[in-house]
Design a protein around this ligand. Structure first.
Ligand code: S3P
Length: 189
C-alpha cells in the first residue's frame, strides 16, 4: 500500500511518532481494512503491529472460525477481551481489532482507557465488496453477507461512535485511508 499524496512530510510523521504514548487501536466493521491499514500505519510510525484476531488464534491454537464453531461466540469474546487487555498493556503499538471487539463493554472501556481508538468506517457496499475476498468470517456464514453487514453496521455504529477519532474508508485504494488516519492522529495528539 502506498501512502496517498499530499500527506504528512517525513518530519511530520517523525514528530507524530514521538507523541504516541499509548497504543493506537483500530476499530470498525469487518472488511473495512483495519489489518492492512494498521500494518502500514505501524510501519510508517516505526511501531510494532498486532492483529487481535491473529493473537487470539495463536493463544488458542485454533482459527477464529474453529473457536466460534466449537465453543461459541461468548467464549470467543472472552478470549478477545483478555488478548486485547494484554496487547494494550504492552505500550505504544498499532492494534487492529476484530469488528465485534469494541461493541463489548469491557473491551471498549479498556481500549478507551488505555489506547487511542480510531474508528474506520465505510459504506455498506464497500464493506460487502471487501469481505468477498475472504470467506473465513463465521458471522457471515449462513446468510446473505450484504444483509448481515448492513444489520451489524447499524447495530454497532452507536458503539463505534465512542471512539474519539473517526475516518472514512472509500471504495478506492487504502493509501487514502492511511493518510486520513495519520492526519486525524496528528490533529488529536
Ligand atoms: C468479527 C470480526 C472478525 C473476527 C470475528 C468476529 C465481528 O474480525 O473477530 O470473525 O464480530 O465483526 P475482522 O473485523 O477482522 O473481520
Amino acid at each position: 500500500m502506498t501512502i496517498a499524496p499530499s500527506t504528512l512530510s517525513d518530519a511530520q510523521i517523525k514528530s507524530l511518532a514521538a507523541r504516541i504514548d499509548r497504543p493506537i487501536v483500530l476499530v470498525g466493521m469487518m472488511g473495512v481494512g483495519k489489518t492492512s491499514v494498521g500494518r502500514k500505519l505501524a510501519q510508517l510510525l516505526s511501531l510494532p503491529f498486532a492483529d487481535a484476531d491473529e493473537a487470539i488464534e495463536e493463544a488458542a491454537q485454533m482459527s477464529v472460525s474453529e473457536i466460534f464453531e466449537r465453543f461459541g461466540e461468548d467464549y470467543f469474546r472472552d478470549g478477545e477481551r483478555r488478548v486485547i487487555a494484554r496487547l494494550v498493556a504492552e505500550g505504544p503499538k498499532v492494534i487492529a481489532t476484530g469488528g465485534g471487539a469494541f461493541v463489548q463493554e469491557e473491551t471498549r472501556e479498556l481500549i478507551l482507557e488505555r489506547g487511542i481508538a480510531v474508528w474506520i468506517d465505510a459504506a455498506v457496499e464497500t464493506l460487502v465488496d471487501r469481505v468477498k475476498r475472504k470467506d473465513t468470517r463465521p458471522l457471515l456464514r449462513g446468510g446473505d453477507p450484504a444483509e448481515i453487514i448492513a444489520r451489524l453496521k447499524a447495530e454497532r455504529e452507536p458503539f463505534y461512535a465512542h471512539a474519539p477519532l473517526k475516518v472514512m474508508s472509500g471504495p478506492g485504494p487504502q493509501g487514502e485511508t492511511l493518510r486520513r488516519v495519520l492526519e486525524a492522529l496528528d490533529q488529536w495528539l
